[in-house]
Design a protein around this ligand. Structure first.
Ligand code: SAM
Length: 223
């Protein structure tokens, strides 16, 4: 873990234990994801709690997540929904989706969460064709497609919707205009779109901790 204060992981562990402690379902979701060989690229506990709080503060009733992995962030988000709320999460890998479905069911959220398998650029147009709208969209899949995901999110948003884009700092690489890594250029293009779009008011915050130096963007869809 580079490019962050030496104390950051210990501070994150302290804050996580205090403010975002794992219960049985969250701990089991991470343990089973690891046992199934999924990469450890889920959000941290404090970031999961932040997503949960954003959804609650916003009063979200419909949530779209792009990038499910083992369903860890899905559980944090779905727990913010009212009983009649819904969350659709999009995942490319059938293996990841199967692990996520089991984790979501164990968390007793399978009534409100739907996992849709396929490349998000294929499943997003299907959602739009179903005339769905979302109060909150969490974008956390392949970063190269982030500008396209943002455009789809906007098509299915309403004034007052919130969009969160994860991993926008990438160890600081995002600030290097000469970096041609497609994940970095995809992130830079997405941030440019957030800056330029007349319907969006956005910011981005750097984070340090268990997941190293990274960050997220937060956007509000305005009239
Ligand atoms: C960073 S992980 C998601 C982590 C999850 N949101 C969490 O915090 O628990 C990214 C996920 O996106 C999936 N993914 C990658 N490319 C995708 C695509 N084109 N369409 C849908 N999902 C994709 C990967 O298989 C992976 O499971």
């Amino acid at each position: 873990m580079t490019n962050q204060p030496e104390s950051a992981p210990a501070v994150d562990a302290y804050l996580s234990e205090l403010l975002a402690p794992a219960d049985e379902a969250l701990a089991a979701a991470l343990a089973d994801s690891e046992a199934a060989g999924l990469p450890s690229i889920n959000v941290s506990a404090t970031n999961g709690k932040l997503l949960h709080l954003i959804a609650r503060i916003q009063g979200a009733r419909s949530i779209l997540e792009i990038g499910t992995l083992g369903g860890y962030s899905t559980i944090w988000l779905a727990r913010a929904l009212p009983a009649d709320g819904s969350l659709i999460t999009l995942e490319y890998s059938p293996v990841h989706a199967e692990v996520a479905r089991a984790n979501i069911a164990r968390a007793a959220l399978d009534e409100v969460v739907q996992v849709r398998v396929g490349a998000a650029l294929d499943t997003l147009p299907q959602l739009a064709a179903e005339e769905r709208t979302f109060d909150l969209v969490f974008i956390d899949a392949d970063k190269v497609n982030n500008p396209r995901y943002l455009e789809w999110a906007l098509r299915m948003a309403r004034p007052g919707s919130v969009i969160v884009v994860d991993n926008v700092v990438r160890g600081g690489r995002v600030a290097d205009a000469a970096n041609t890594d497609p994940d970095v250029t995809g992130t830079r293009d997405a941030l440019q779109l957030l800056a330029d779009h007349p319907k969006l008011s956005a910011t981005a915050i750097q984070t340090v901790g268990a997941k190293g130096h990274d960050g997220f963007a937060l956007a509000y869809v305005q009239d």
